[in-house]
Design a protein around this ligand. Structure first.
Ligand code: 6GU
Length: 225
């Protein structure tokens, strides 16, 4: 899979993809993540990438031209499954969207800033608009990092068997059960006996029961879907 990210703050996206699972996924060739600086495509003297909004009002709007030139250049080089705009007024991201997107060949992600991009960019190029929740971030970069992480870990081969994405919370519409590691007792708090029993069948049913209990308690909405 190839992921192109269009941003005015490329530095903000350096570290999320340069360590741990995201780094290994790229090294092993499962994904190629290319970060493009929109400012490099600004043609005016001051390399401005934003402008005042028509009709007045506070807040700048991201200009059409640099973004359009960059998108068109990339689209000449390959075909994109989706051209995604990260925006608080997009569809709220959920696991099923990530599952679908993990099957893509090429994805482009545009990070919004200020008051957003000129509406005509959305009309002409964007195929999908995604938000990561009901709160406002200073820009779309951190949201894009969340989206890319959630997609890339689902690409076959990125995670090994032990960390398999199939046992994640949400993958079966349930939250994960509690987990424990050594020591067996910490300040009087004990690891549940069943987990020390070695009885895999009992352990499995304990985990299912706890997952259901936790979901009922914390996210009953998941069970209603
Ligand atoms: Cl995608 N962008 C911004 N700026 N804020 C957000 C968001 C995106 N998703 C939730 N809040």
């Amino acid at each position: 899979m190839r992921i192109d990210i269009l941003t005015i703050l490329p530095k903000l996206l350096e570290s999320p993809f340069s360590i741990s699972i995201m780094q290994r996924a790229q090294e092993k060739g499962h994904v190629e993540i290319c970060i493009h600086n929109i400012r490099d495509y600004a043609t005016n003297k001051h390399k401005n990438v934003d402008d005042y909004q028509y009709g007045g009002g506070a807040g700048m709007v991201m200009s059409i031209e640099p973004i359009a030139s960059l998108i068109e250049k990339l689209c000449e080089e390959r075909t994109y499954d989706e051209i995604i705009y990260m925006t608080p007024d997009g569809e709220v991201l959920a696991q099923n969207h990530c599952n679908d997107l993990s099957l893509s060949t090429n994805i482009m992600i545009l990070c919004g800033h200020y008051k957003g991009v000129d509406e005509r960019i959305r009309e002409k190029y964007i195929t999908r608009e995604i938000s990561i929740g009901s709160y406002v971030l200073s820009g779309g970069e951190l949201a894009a990092a969340v989206l890319v992480d959630a997609i890339v870990r689902l690409i076959p081969g990125v995670l090994n068997d032990e960390t398999s994405a199939l046992t994640d919370s949400f993958q079966d519409k349930l939250l994960s059960p509690p987990v424990y590691t050594r020591p067996p007792e910490f300040k009087g708090l004990k690891v549940p006996d069943v987990l020390l029993s070695g009885n895999t069948k009992e352990i499995e049913s304990w985990r299912e029961e706890k997952a259901l209990e936790r979901t009922k308690e914390r996210r009953p909405d998941l069970l209603e879907e």
